[in-house]
Design a binder for this molecule. Sequence first.
Ligand code: SF4
Length: 268
Amino acid sequence: MQFPQALETVLQTLERLRDETGHRPCASRTVLDALEQIAPARVRENIPEPKIEPPSPDLRRTDGNKVEKLAAIQGRVAGCTKCPNLASSRTQTVFGVGNPDAEIMFVGEAPGADEDKQGEPFVGRAGQLLTKIIKAMGFPREEVYIANVLKCRPDTPGSSYGNRPPTPGEMQTCRPYLMEQIDIIKPKVLVALGAVAVEGLLGTRAPMRELRGRWDSFNGTPLMITYHPAYLLRNQSPSEKRKVWEDMMLVLERLEKPISEKQRNYFL
Ligand code: SF4
């Protein structure tokens, strides 16, 4: 086992001990000194320094238990090297953002170049459209939770720009982190954005025209499938935009939110 994987295993064990016993495990000065001695190995192996991202401001204003649990996963994700090529090419991991008590959780496929730079999901052009959709539904962006199946930007060897979809193997490897996030947040409704997110969540592949606009279920949580906002940027047809909006109205109805006349007539 290489050093980064071994370190991650140790961290996971310590976190489990802390969670199960309610006590923070202690390490002697000798052990800490030994770890400091080992640290340069990571530098020799050219593994980037894991960035432990602080909880977002939204994480700080809710149920402390959820905040701590999410922060613990976020810390593990920040140091994760299970996909060595992605760990070495990423600027940082992109964990997720929003209200840990969110009623709606949006799930996309993977960070792109903008998200990799900023460390937040859905901040590029597609993200701006998603924010517009969320606001049209009547929520501030901070009120929902947004995450991806993959927490690292899929690498594009030989090219410094462009994005590629994650492979099924990468999604399979990273999926447990998303499962933990969903398990903690417990949203009333999940929204899968695009066919790749559906594959990451449900393991099924099908054309979006067959998947979208109907309720599915993910481990007992209602799951609405709709187009990825990037698809709407590529396909500006009003009828495609209307379909996404109709899917979002189904979500509002499921949550028993009032829908105004203006919202019913809304076009993205
Ligand atoms: S994609 Fe997920 S599993 Fe792979 S290195 Fe990144 S955080 Fe780890």
